[in-house]
Write a protein that binds this ligand. Structure first.
Ligand code: TXA
Ligand code: MG
Length: 348
């Protein structure tokens, strides 16, 4: 397997039924992982690029395929909460509460790491991020592989996260051993990353488990540092992220439609390939022709925005758009994570 790694290898794509994955296909994927290879697989959030989290060379092969900076640690996926007792030196009462309430599900917990986890997986940190995904294919693969699976999102570093196998292949065909295709991901954006080493959760990356949900569980999260300054973020959030080739412009606030319209007319006059992404309400006020408009959902349907988000960015590249003008939604509930990703996609 080792000599096959790197650009130019054949990537096997296997279709699997989401709810009843074929055991023979899962076995084959598990063997790839056990032999040190990489398998892209669906989770409820986005597709992950998996390899044996306990093996240095397997993990290094993930970084190589993605072109990921070595200082950005990976999330270790587990088949059950019991595995966390092996990976973490200390499982805090907070972590146990959050696991009981949210797993399997889109919540990643950062804990003190044990000796078992190689430094390559955690990018040299003394902490490890763990998550139990809520997807039958991911669960079956984790059980069959019999090892925890390190899996970042299955995209080239800096690109949007993949929510379909086609997105994975657009970035990683010829660079990884296998892709399990079980159709689109339900949530559409990544897990919430929470530091659970203390008594209160600290949100390091907003995601599918909202701040409101954490609060409802009786754990009011902290988002800023103790001095009340800069928010604490996970290492990965320092890097440029989620950006398609098209230039993304995000317009927020009351006058967003007016500004998008002006930018749209300017782009059309200049002969640029442009599309406009609007809410249902925004589209009702759109003063121009409709052919370049993509209507996502009502502004408060945050789940629909999350589900569509990365597909919109991948589609822009597939069409060869030069400019994507996007209407921002309110940062409430899941909208916080949607807006976080859109702001990063738009950052230059
Ligand atoms: O939903 C998800 O979380 C997906 C699916 C595949 O599970 N995975 C994912 O992985 O989004 P990735 O690598 O794209 O993002 C992982 C984030 C990064 O921002 C990384 O810096 C952070 O988690 N992270 C990982 N280990 C950490 C640690 N020990 N301390 C702080 N942040 C950590
Ligand atoms: Mg990622």
């Amino acid at each position: 397997m080792a000599e096959g790694r790197g650009p130019g290898i054949r990537t096997r794509v296997a279709a699997v039924n989401r709810d009843h994955p074929d055991p023979a296909v899962i076995q084959e994927a598990a063997r790839v992982i056990q032999n040190g290879g990489r398998v892209a697989f669906p989770t409820e959030t986005v597709y992950g690029l998996g390899a044996n989290a306990l093996d240095h060379d397997s993990v290094a092969a993930i970084f190589a395929a993605k072109g990921r900076p070595a200082d950005n640690p990976l999330i270790v996926h587990v088949a059950d909460p019991a595995t966390v007792d092996l990976l973490a030196a200390e499982v805090t009462p907070l972590a146990r509460r959050l696991m009981a309430a949210c797993w399997p599900g889109p919540l990643t917990l950062v804990l003190q790491k044990s000796e078992m986890v190689p430094e390559a997986t955690t990018a040299g940190l003394d902490s490890v991020a763990v998550r139990m995904p809520d997807h039958p294919v991911a669960g079956a693969l984790l059980r069959a592989a019999g090892v925890p699976i390190a899996a970042p999102s299955a995209n080239r570093s800096g690109h949007p996260s993949p929510t379909t196998a086609a997105h994975v292949l657009a970035d990683l065909d010829g660079r990884i051993e296998m892709v399990l295709d079980a159709g689109p991901c339900r949530v559409g954006l990544e897990s919430t990353v929470v530091d659970a080493r203390g008594r209160r959760p600290v949100i390091l990356r907003p995601g599918a488990v909202t701040e409101t949900r954490l609060r409802d569980l009786g754990d009011p999260p902290r988002t800023g540092d103790l001095a009340g300054g800069e928010p604490i973020r996970s290492p990965g959030t320092r890097h440029r992220h989620y950006a398609p080739r098209a230039l993304v412009e995000l317009h927020e606030g009351a006058d967003a439609i007016g500004r998008i319209s002006a930018r749209y007319q300017e782009a059309v006059r200049a002969g640029r390939r442009v599309h406009v992404v609007l809410s249902t309400e925004g589209a009702a006020r759109w003063p121009n022709a409709r052919q370049d408009v993509i209507v996502v959902a009502p502004r408060d349907d945050h789940a629909a925005w999350a589900e569509r988000l990365y597909g919109l960015l991948w589609d822009a590249d597939a069409r060869g758009d030069e400019l994507l003008l996007v209407e921002g939604i309110e940062p409430e509930g899941l909208g916080v994570a949607v807006l976080d990703r859109l702001r990063r996609a738009a950052a230059r």
